[in-house]
Design a protein around this ligand. Structure first.
Ligand code: ADP
Ligand code: MG
Length: 324
């Protein structure tokens, strides 16, 4: 659907996005995440040619974007920004129909589309269509920003930190709306954020960027369980309050939840096996064997339960200390 083939963007001689290779699938909710200045906005704006690339190729539906008519390209790509880019002295309806108007839709089609879109984000069409933008709350305005991007039924929606300026409750409800809309209208969404929790909540896949380069691409699960390098690990640690790295069988060994006494066992695991897999195994079996550098050790159901109890107690202690 959208493919970056060795794309580089330079300002003067400095590459702000370099050798970027990436494929975003049709209908995918794709999140670009990274610290400020990592090249997220630049990457996004190259897709709709608001920024021209310096080297490489960018394809949409197998066509090079350099060969697309810019007008058509923009009509087929919705765009939502953080700073609400609505026209304050126009009505909601007028704002939503800007692109359909340019595309010369009939009055009737535009009216129906506004009704459908307002209803899809739980804004009563008859109450809201004639309101001025300046009469709406920040959250309502950003809802209009989102449905305006959908108005002319583009295949692709680009969103650049659209909810960054909203309070957490409004933000959460808009995240839910956007997910619902994306599933309902089956759009390809490229969503920029610097918030890891938002990325995990929304992304089918997440691309972690740093200094114009890709550090890792994968599902939230893959990235959380197998961060590709120290940068990604550190990014997770600072971005997620409860993240403390991937837990494995080794975690239990470190805390001495095992026995060296030989037991009958049902499965053999390595110290690198994930804690999830260990838990699944011990839900079915009584004991598993772990080969270690020294001698084999055994972990039982009992060890695992005591390990979890230890974790819960540890957390409780932590919380009490904070309160005191
Ligand atoms: P992000 O969106 O991840 O915060 P950007 O894509 O906006 O990052 O910017 C990436 C880098 O490119 C930054 O270092 C920024 O200063 C630089 N940059 C952006 N626009 C320009 C420009 N017009 N001229 C020179 N450098 C720019
Ligand atoms: Mg940016």
């Amino acid at each position: 659907m959208i493919r970056f083939d060795n794309v580089t963007k330079r300002y003067d001689k400095i590459a702000v996005v370099s050798d970027f290779n990436l494929e975003i699938n049709e209908g995918e909710f794709f999140v670009l995440i990274g610290p400020s200045g990592s090249g997220k906005t630049t990457t996004l704006k190259m897709i709709n040619k608001l920024i021209l690339l310096s080297e490489g190729y960018l394809y949409i539906d197998d066509g090079k974007i350099s060969e697309y008519d810019i007008q058509e390209l923009r009509w087929n790509i919705g765009y939502v920004l953080q700073q609400i880019a609505l026209f304050p002295n126009m009505t909601v309806e007028e704002n939503i129909t800007i692109v359909p108007e340019m595309m010369k839709w009939s009055k009737e089609d535009m009216k129906d589309r506004v009704t459908e879109l307002l209803a899809s984000v739980d804004l009563d069409p008859e109450t809201y269509r004639k309101r001025q933008i300046s009469e709406l709350s920040g959250g309502e305005q950003q809802r209009i920003g989102v449905i305006r991007a959908l108005a002319a039924n583009p295949d692709i929606i680009l969103m650049d930190e659209p909810f960054g300026a909203l309070d957490p409750i409004t933000r959460n409800s808009l995240q839910q709306d956007v997910l619902k809309l994306q599933r309902k209208f089956k759009k390809t969404v490229v969503f920029v954020t610097h918030d890891m929790q938002e990325a995990i909540q929304l992304g089918d896949r997440i691309c972690v960027m740093n200094q114009g380069k890709i550090e890792q691409v994968g599902t939230a699960d893959e990235i959380l369980k197998h961060p590709a390098n120290d940068f990604v690990k550190e990014f997770l640690r600072t971005g997620l309050p409860h993240y403390d790295g991937e837990k494995t069988v080794q975690t239990l060994l470190d805390k001495e939840f095992y026995t060296t006494e030989e037991l009958s066992y049902d499965e053999t695991m390595s110290a690198e096996t994930s804690l999830d897999d260990l838990t699944l195994a011990l839900a079915r079996f009584e004991a598993i064997k772990v080969e270690t550098a020294k001698s084999p050790v055994y972990i039982t159901k009992d060890h695992l339960i005591h390990y979890y109890a230890h974790e819960i107690q540890g957390e409780n202690t932590g919380r009490k200390e904070v309160e005191a």
